[in-house]
Design a protein around this ligand. Structure first.
Ligand SMILES: Cc1cc2nc3c(=O)[nH]c(=O)nc-3n(C[C@H](O)[C@H](O)[C@H](O)COP(=O)(O)OP(=O)(O)OC[C@H]3O[C@@H](n4cnc5c(N)ncnc54)[C@H](O)[C@@H]3O)c2cc1C
Length: 448
């Protein structure tokens, strides 16, 4: 059971489950839920365990319901719909769609090792979401096992359906707290055209974030990613691909416009980057060469993970505040003496500050924990969110009440109580029975 206790957030408070059930069908899941409901035993639904917020951390005495054996994928090219069991990996759905000339766009960096069920339960984002939207934009229908063991079908293979309340959307992003997803009906689109890629290095953070805003206000690239100096160096340590270690930041921009439009768009992006002080721009229409840069971005989290223990954030702000966020994080890093690597789905205003600390250094660990809260408070003060795509899970739960406010928190609690009155589904994730005490943080340090 040890292997099923934690996700990639490595929650030190993960409990010890009573049992792990590897379901093979909706009926299997129903049987487990009925047994658990009759005895008030908690259940933690689990996909591939790649989550970064402790959403599938085990609870003492719980049954882990793992969906990793439910992996069938059925593509209907005539309606461009995929019917997928939750344990199938995102990459497997993409590959199955591609055999019919179709594409499932949402592409978390973890796409090769995360499940569709986990993607739906967290409403996962990714790199191409800046143009193509996030998971919920592709979910047409769900089969969900409710807390009393009934299985319901929501939505279906229809592009339009407004009958009843929008319950399909309610379950997307519910992080295993409202029901267990056992089948997903996904919308597919025609395959993406080969992309053209531009990489631009900047001597200042402000130049890079100003370029992001200028690009986003003038065009719709299919990718607009950011890495700061600490991330660039961590990736360069691992890949030795020749990234500029002295740059304050790098932007990786892609366009998938057809024919000459791609070259036109990339030329405009280059012009904007140069106007904002880029020290070097490089572009390529060779998809493989472009993929090497995307690979650099995808391996950023594992590369920074090699530097120490991580506290991983997912804060997002409205695009005009991106510069304030990134520079505020740099100030927090300096004030707390904790290295913070920042990578971002910059076009979405969604950043992943990675706080690095030595787990043997209790004093630095304590400072990292304070900085973790300061980053979330900074984002909130800039009109942003505490999580853009990873979910609240268990690690960000103390900050949820402050972010939502009393009335919206109570609405969340009422919905949870209506669907799971015994609180057996993923208890302790997202919502606390009693709002947790928000740690005191020094906002003045964060904002100045
Ligand atoms: C290197 C790296 C890069 C990443 N990049 C991204 C990124 O770009 N974008 C992004 O959004 N995320 C990213 N992630 C985070 C993670 O991969 C996503 O959150 C993913 O959606 C989790 O899927 P999973 O199958 O691993 O779910 P798990 O981690 O197993 O579970 C996640 C949550 O979903 C619930 N859950 C899982 N399956 C079900 C189900 N069938 N029914 C009900 N609830 C369920 C769990 O209880 C838990 O709350 C990254 C992670 C890593 C390690």
């Amino acid at each position: 059971m040890e292997a099923y206790r934690r996700d990639r957030a490595n929650d030190p408070n993960a409990g010890m489950p009573l049992a792990v059930v590897r379901a093979r069908s909706t009926e299997d899941v129903q049987v487990v839920v009925r047994i658990a409901a009759s005895r008030g035993v908690p259940i933690v639904p689990r996909g591939a365990g790649s989550g970064l917020s402790g959403g599938s951390s085990a609870v003492d005495g719980a049954i882990i319901v793992s969906l990793d054996r439910m992996r069938s994928i059925d593509i209907d090219p005539s309606t461009r719909v995929a019917t997928v069991q939750p344990g199938a990996f995102n990459a497997e759905v993409k590959a199955a769609a591609a055999t019919h000339g179709l594409w499932y766009p949402p592409d978390p960096s973890s796409f090769e090792f995360c499940s569709i069920g986990g993607n739906v339960a967290t409403n996962a984002g990714g790199l191409c979401c800046v143009k193509y939207g996030v998971t919920t934009d592709y979910v047409l229908g769900l089969t969900v096992v409710l807390a009393d063991g009934r299985a319901v079908r929501l939505g279906g293979p229809r592009l339009k359906d407004v009958a009843g309340l929008s319950l399909t959307k309610l379950f997307v992003g519910s992080e295993g707290t409202l029901g267990i997803i056992t089948e997903v009906i996904l919308r597919l689109i025609p395959a993406q055209l080969p992309p053209t890629t531009l990489v631009a290095f900047f001597p200042t953070l402000g130049g890079a974030t100003a370029a992001v805003l200028a690009i986003s206000s003038r065009m719709r690239p299919s990718m607009l990613e950011f890495m700061d100096r600490t991330s660039i160096n961590a990736v360069e340590d691992e890949t030795r691909m020749g990234l500029d270690r002295d740059a304050a930041a790098v932007l990786i921009v892609q366009t998938d416009e057809p024919g000459a439009h791609a070259a036109e768009q990339i030329a405009k992006v280059e012009e904007i980057c140069n106007q904002n002080g880029a020290s070097e721009c490089y572009s390529t229409d060779d998809p493989e060469e472009g993929e090497a840069f995307i690979h650099a971005r995808r391996v950023a989290i594992p590369s920074v993970e090699k530097k120490g223990s991580l506290l991983l954030e997912d804060v997002g702000v409205p695009l005009p505040r991106l510069g304030d966020l990134v520079m505020g994080i740099e100030r927090i890093s300096q004030a707390r003496q904790v290295p913070i690597a920042v990578i971002a789905h910059a076009g979405d205003g969604n950043t992943h500050p990675l706080l690095v600390f030595d787990p043997r250094d209790e004093e630095q660990k304590a400072r990292a924990e304070i900085a973790y809260g300061e980053v979330m408070n900074l984002a909130t003060s800039l009109g942003g969110t505490i999580t853009g795509e990873h979910g609240v899970g268990r690690l960000k739960r103390p900050w949820l009440p402050g972010y939502l406010g009393e009335d919206v928190l109570e609405l969340n609690m009422r919905i949870k109580a209506a669907l799971d009155p015994q609180n057996i589904l993923n208890p302790g994730a997202v919502l606390a029975e009693q709002p947790a005490v928000v740690r005191e943080v020094d906002l003045a340090t964060a904002c100045h």
